[in-house]
Design a protein. Structure first.
Length: 276
């Protein structure tokens, strides 16, 4: 599969402009022969929305749905649920349909982050079938919880996508803008699940917060096979191979030897002891 990661600079609160930015990247990806394009978290709206969050709830744009007949599309946006709550969501479009929606489960509410004030938590992690294989989606903070990628891997995900809005903080002296912790998450998630781990970050500045880019494609063996530059808008195009998944899972058959029944049993025991 030829994959494109669109490292873009969304305009805060301007959905129409962001749709145009996305359409330009989709056109560029098609010209380079990409079959799937992924955008960052909240690509449709920008991140530091605060009260604007209620103004940027839109249905999945029909222009993007139509374009998914030519290329599969994964992107982040604000979703208004039937319960009238808003969610930080990711949408996977393919063959003219919204094939899957993931609602961010773990909403950060510390330091500079205050998502829990405005968004409602999602309540599930589900892998789903696509024409490229089985895919799982995480949104930023989700990836910091080991259980998230574990559930997706046990649900059969071959490719785990992480849509991010990761700020550049404290790395200027090193000339790098993505934390060592994120690099460790990429390596460990990929190598311990035998899956591709694709990180789609953004760039730009919102209310004094700078987002650094550095999007990555990590192979099932844990090797970074493609990396976008820091602080630059770009389209990262990379070939990813199902053969690499088979090879990694044969070399280190962690999924094959996983004892799911034991894990469930012990977690149920811990829950009983902790909350009884």
């Amino acid at each position: 599969m030829k994959l494109a990661v669109a490292q873009i600079k969304p305009t805060l609160g301007n959905v129409e402009k962001n749709i145009e930015i996305m359409k330009e990247k989709i056109s560029e990806a098609l010209n380079q022969g990409a079959e799937l394009i992924v955008f960052p978290e909240l690509a449709l709206s920008g991140y530091l929305l605060e009260e604007m969050v209620f103004d940027v709830c839109v249905n999945v744009p029909h222009e993007l749905v139509d374009l998914s007949n030519k290329i599969s599309i994964l992107f982040g946006g604000v979703e208004k649920g039937k319960d009238n709550y808003v969610y930080n969501s990711a949408f996977y479009l393919e063959e003219g349909k919204v094939k899957h929606t993931h609602r961010k489960v773990y909403l950060p509410n510390y330091g500079m982050f205050f998502e829990a004030r405005y968004f409602k938590n999602g309540d599930r992690f589900r892998a789903f079938d696509t024409k490229f294989g089985r895919i799982g989606v995480l949104i930023c903070e989700d990836a910091w919880h080991q259980s998230s990628s574990y559930i997706l891997s046990q649900d059969g995900a071959d490719y785990i996508f992480c849509l991010m809005n990761n700020p550049a903080r404290g790395f200027e002296d090193e000339g790098r803008y993505i934390s060592k912790e994120w690099e460790a998450i990429g390596y460990l998630t990929a190598s311990m699940t035998g899956s591709y781990f694709i990180m789609a970050n953004r760039i730009g500045c919102e209310d004094g917060v700078t987002f650094g880019g550095g999007s990555q494609v990590v192979s099932p063996s844990g090797k970074v096979t493609a990396r976008a530059p820091y602080m630059e808008e770009t389209l990262l195009v990379s070939e990813i191979s199902e053969r690499e998944i088979r090879k990694a899972r044969f070399t280190a058959p962690i999924l094959k030897t996983e004892n799911l029944d034991l894990t469930i049993r012990e977690l149920e025991r811990i829950r009983e002891e902790k909350y009884r």
